[in-house]
Design a protein around this ligand. Structure first.
Ligand code: FER
Length: 314
């Protein structure tokens, strides 16, 4: 994919990056537009180097936590359509409404974002987010909440591309373009349609992989919009840690909860490690949960379970 290299300086950067990658030392983050799709894909199988504090913050979720259980009231997932000024098209989000949802009450809202090959159905279909929430809410372990699962790829054609198109700059760029759509269009549309508490302390953003990068970038970048932020196995679309967290000089409002997780068999763990280390350096409270999984649904289901137990608490 040499055609992705616009001019000699970028080519030099790319060569340097390739050389660093070869010795296992490449920078954790990139904007996805400067490396080739082959290099991006290779990031998934980078060697994992663990530090002493890269360990579990919680025991694994109890057996059956993501299973449909008899006697547990189920919420429903409905399709929500909206016009996107970013793409010029009508786009879809899946919206989870907890069991007993009624417009007579007001609910907190969690925006839950998918990975590079997913869409608005990934959290429900692949991770079973709705069932995890049904079980937690029924057991009184999480407050009833609305969960908005958008398609985080703000492109006119927002279908997941075939495998060879996943890591192309144009596709990765769609995930960055989603920020403007989320803030300017989707959040106001959701607050207009559903019985939400339209306040930062009752609004969260979380995601897996590409969606984890989006959640960290958008959440930390808009502290007055999101009070609760989680990145699960965040991908290299995550902004460089020092940019994401500029530090005391430019101190912004602290999130109510900042939650980071990754599996210790996930080649992308260096992205989350860099954010965790920056947070430690800044003395910023956060959860850091390193589990035993790879880049897969077991980790995302388990971490959604733990995050949902903490989110929107007073
Ligand atoms: C990359 C490796 C993986 C990357 C993105 C991913 C933008 C995303 C993976 C996923 O969402 O599962 O280098 O660059």
């Amino acid at each position: 994919m040499k055609k992705a290299i616009p001019k000699p300086p970028a080519a030099v950067r790319l060569l340097l990056c390739g050389a660093l990658l070869a010795c296992g030392n490449a920078p954790a983050q990139d904007d996805g537009a400067r490396i080739t799709p082959e290099q991006a894909r290779a990031n998934l199988s980078r060697a994992v180097v663990l530090a002493a504090d890269d360990k579990r913050a919680f025991p694994a979720a109890p057996a059956g936590f993501a299973d449909t259980l008899p006697g547990v009231a189920q919420g429903r997932v409905e399709e929500f359509g909206y016009e996107s000024p970013v793409t010029g098209t009508r786009r879809k989000a899946s919206v989870y409404l907890p069991a007993g949802y009624t417009p007579e009450r007001r609910y907190p809202v969690l925006y839950l974002l998918h990975g590079i090959a997913g869409n608005q159905d990934e959290w429900r279909g692949y991770v079973r987010a709705n069932t995890i929430l049904d079980n937690l809410i029924a057991g009184g372990k999480a407050p009833p909440m609305i969960v908005v699962m958008p398609n985080g790829r703000a492109l006119a054609d927002d279908r997941p591309p075939p495998a060879e198109g996943l890591f192309t700059p144009g596709h990765v760029e769609g995930f960055a373009k989603f920020e403007r759509e989320l803030l300017g269009t989707l959040i106001p549309a959701v607050d207009g349609r559903y019985a939400t508490v339209a306040e930062r302390d009752m609004r969260g953003i979380a995601g897996l992989s590409m969606g984890g990068g989006q959640a960290l970038n958008i959440g930390l970048g808009h502290p007055d919009t999101f009070g609760w932020i989680a990145g699960f196995s965040a991908a290299p679309n995550t902004r460089p840690a020092a940019e994401l967290l500029p530090g005391p000089g430019q101190a912004s409002r602290q999130p109510r909860l900042l939650y980071l997780s990754c599996g210790d068999k996930d080649g992308l763990i260096n992205v989350s490690q860099a954010v965790h280390r920056r947070l430690k350096q800044l003395d910023m409270p956060h959860v850091w949960n390193v589990d035993g999984y790879g880049h897969d649904r077991e980790s995302w289901a388990d971490n959604l379970y733990h995050f949902a137990r903490l989110v929107f608490r007073r």
